[in-house]
Write a protein that binds this ligand. Structure first.
Ligand code: NDP
Length: 335
């Protein structure tokens, strides 16, 4: 049973020495348990917070000398439960960074046995797609002809949030790292514009691209990107705060004053709301139907960066913070 253990808490950006590939026996399920074989592992920025030892997060820290966890698509290879059979395909919320895992069946989501691209159940049809859909529609509440700005626009959540914005009739401006990535955000994802936050004068370029101001800001990044967006928010703007990835490896790269920020909320009657996808899962079925329809009709495109082999998980995970992925980052394990 190949596993990747977290053996040291990362200082700043995660490095290879924080992880170790470990081999051990395949675990044996007891009565009421299942043995899962993971086929795909989801790698997500929130995992970085759980690698730290502090407790101000919404999720507990990962233990050292154990696999971190995280979402997987898995096949049931042995069942000692009546509700799952050998061969069933499931999404397991926290069985990751190992080949085989034991499950008590709780929180598993069953997938159709004939599903064509099971990895999508971790991305566009899973946690990150749902996050984009909920954050944008329930909190951002975009209206026809409004301007939506999405940060980390080429990533798993951002790529979907921006495309949904287009489907709802918004003018959509993405912000992402690098000219080539921005070109793809416009050409492959259909955003109206995309700005490279690493190039000079983001604020000036954004003011031009969003010349009517910004009505909805889907916040994935924080830092200098947030600083460029804030002055352009219109009266009555909505800001779903989904994530602040620029600060996950340490201090964010900007230090705006909270007082000034709060004052702008009053002056412009802006609504800023943080959210966690896990609180809204009763809407997952509704999301799944709508997203499946958009995918089937070709109105929305799913992009994935799939990397082969569990031993690649540490470097692939670190690369999330350098923007190596386009769309959802997933590890494929041998079947
Ligand atoms: P992504 O696929 O977007 O990957 C992360 C991306 O962030 C990278 O590709 C990179 O793109 C960008 N990035 C990394 N470091 C920086 C930086 N310092 N400044 C600007 N951009 C940076 O990940 P997800 O789509 O999974 O997650 C996006 C955000 O959504 C995260 O903040 C995450 O924590 C949050 N999230 C929140 C959830 C919730 O329930 N609230 C659920 C899921 C995700 P680039 O090349 O553009 O720099």
């Amino acid at each position: 049973n190949e596993q990747v253990h977290l053996v040291r808490r990362p200082q700043g950006a995660p490095v290879a020495e924080d992880f170790r590939v470990v081999r051990g026996p395949v675990p044996v399920p007891n009565d009421g348990e299942l043995l899962l074989r993971n086929l795909y592992l989801s790698l997500d920025p929130y995992m970085r917070g759980r690698m730290d030892d502090h407790h101000d997060s919404y999720a507990p820290p990962y233990a050292l000398h154990a696999p971190p966890g995280g979402g997987t698509v898995a096949r049931v290879v042995q069942s000692r439960r009546d509700d799952f059979a050998e061969g069933d395909l499931v999404v397991a919320p926290d069985a990751g960074w190992r080949t085989f895992a034991i499950s008590n069946g709780a929180d598993l989501r069953r997938l159709p046995s004939d599903i064509k691209q099971p990895s999508r159940a971790l991305g566009v049809l899973g946690m990150t797609g749902f996050t984009a859909w909920w954050g944008l529609t329930a909190i951002g509440k975009p209206r026809y002809n409004e301007t939506l700005v999405v940060s980390a626009a080429a990533g798993a959540v951002g790529s979907v949030a921006g495309q949904i914005g287009r489907l709802l009739g918004c003018r959509v401006v993405g912000i992402a790292g690098g000219a080539e990535k921005c070109r793809r955000v416009v050409e492959d994802l259909g955003f109206d514009a995309c700005l490279d936050y690493r190039a000079p004068d983001l604020a000036g370029r954004l003011a031009e691209a969003a010349s009517d101001g910004i009505d909805v800001y889907f916040e994935n990044v924080g830092g200098i990107v947030q600083e460029a967006v804030w002055p352009l928010l219109n009266n009555g703007a909505r800001v779903p705060v989904c994530g602040l990835v620029s600060g996950y490896n340490g201090a964010p790269d900007a230090s705006g004053s909270i007082h000034a920020l709060l004052m702008s909320l009053i002056v412009k009657r802006i609504r800023v709301q943080g959210f966690l996808n896990a609180d809204h899962l009763k809407h997952f079925g509704e999301f799944e139907q709508e997203m499946q329809r958009w995918l089937d009709t070709g109105q929305l495109r799913a992009h994935e960066t799939i990397i082969d082999g569990l031993d690649q998980a540490p470097s692939a995970f670190a690369s999330l913070f350098e923007g190596a992925n386009f769309g959802k980052l997933v590890i494929e394990l041998p079947a």
